[in-house]
Design a protein around this ligand. Structure first.
Ligand code: SF4
Ligand code: SF4
Length: 305
């Protein structure tokens, strides 16, 4: 298991390309280069992360299912003794994708399903009908049963601030855990009138829980201080060139006085205020890690209600 808190959980953006156009995604504001992770970049950084014992999650400002190597790479991480999760959306779960995904055996799949209210869902995800999305969710849940862990995440917006209870209940009936989090502006990058209004968390970031317990790696192997950085201005280093301990050390120095990047000044990400105290060493095994992040998720889902 990891010796560095910042590398307990690593979000790996295997691509920042995405053909889906969710209303709650500020993809239009990305100014850093777009592309797909190469085999060589994946080989070098996954080797380091597997050795460290990080939980790798394929996610970021793109659709991991659009990467042609996604299933092969999941399989590779598992066969090499690593842990890997993936965040997917219903619009991309077409054709053979759900079967190939479950066959690759990630440790867990997170299905992003913003709302169970048809009108809200279709406003937020205009590229797929609610009925088709529910059908795909059910199919994925059935395929995962007994094979792969799955959980569902929703978003509370101005359109559905009171949805939490019915949301959790529906997925519970289908036998899967779920949670809802408050929509946030991804570092001031999201503009969505009628759906989301920026909350003022002030200028003081304290020591943000996102930067502290997660590391974000772009498709080029760059480590950014935060996944909400759409320009690349918060670069901490490159994991092809540097070792994990060097990057972790730079992150520690950054956090010493509280993070204060430009992107932080407009950030209303609830995790910025979810910051359980670090006591001793990072989680020593998978169960401890699960418990640690379950607590963070719980706290995160109750923030900004
Ligand atoms: S939220 Fe995900 S699936 Fe939706 S547009 Fe953004 S990157 Fe694509
Ligand atoms: S305060 Fe917000 S933008 Fe800054 S590192 Fe934390 S989550 Fe990212």
């Amino acid at each position: 298991m990891p010796s560095e808190w910042a590398f307990v959980s690593v979000d790996m953006e295997i691509t920042n390309v995405c053909n889906v156009q969710c209303r709650i995604c500020p993809r239009d504001a990305i100014t850093r280069p777009g592309g797909m992770m190469s085999n060589e970049t994946f080989r070098v950084i996954s080797e380091k992360l597997i050795r460290e014992g990080s939980l790798i999650t394929f996610s970021g400002m793109g659709d991991p299912l659009s990467h042609p190597k996604v299933f092969e790479w999941i399989q590779h991480i598992r066969e090499s003794g690593g842990d890997v999760g993936i965040v997917v959306n219903p619009a991309s779960l077409n054709g053979n994708a759900p079967y190939a995904l479950v066959d690759a055996r990630p440790n867990s799949i997170t299905l992003s399903f913003p709302s169970i209210r048809k009108i809200v869902f279709e406003k937020l995800c205009p590229q797929i009908s609610f009925d088709q999305a529910i059908e795909r969710a059910r199919e994925l849940i059935n395929l995962c049963a007994g094979n792969v862990g799955i959980r569902i995440t929703g978003i509370r917006t101005e359109m559905n601030p009171d949805e939490n209870e019915s949301y959790l209940l529906l997925w519970k009936k289908l036998g899967v855990p779920s949670s809802m989090v408050a929509c946030h502006g991804r570092g001031g990058n999201l503009k969505a009138p009628g759906i989301y209004k920026q909350r003022d968390y002030g200028q003081k970031t304290g020591c943000c829980g996102l930067i502290r317990y997660h590391t974000f790696i772009t498709w080029e192997g760059d480590v950014l201080a935060c996944c909400h950085d759409l320009s690349g201005e918060t670069i901490v280093g490159n994991l092809i060139e540097s070792e994990i301990c060097e990057i972790a050390d730079r992150k520690r120095k950054l956090m010493r006085d509280g993070v204060s990047f430009k992107v932080c000044m407009q950030c209303d990400e609830p995790l910025r205020n979810v910051n359980p105290p670090v006591e001793g060493f990072p989680p020593a095994n998978r169960n401890d890690r699960k418990t640690f992040f379950r607590r963070m998720r719980l706290k995160n889902s109750t923030m900004a209600k």
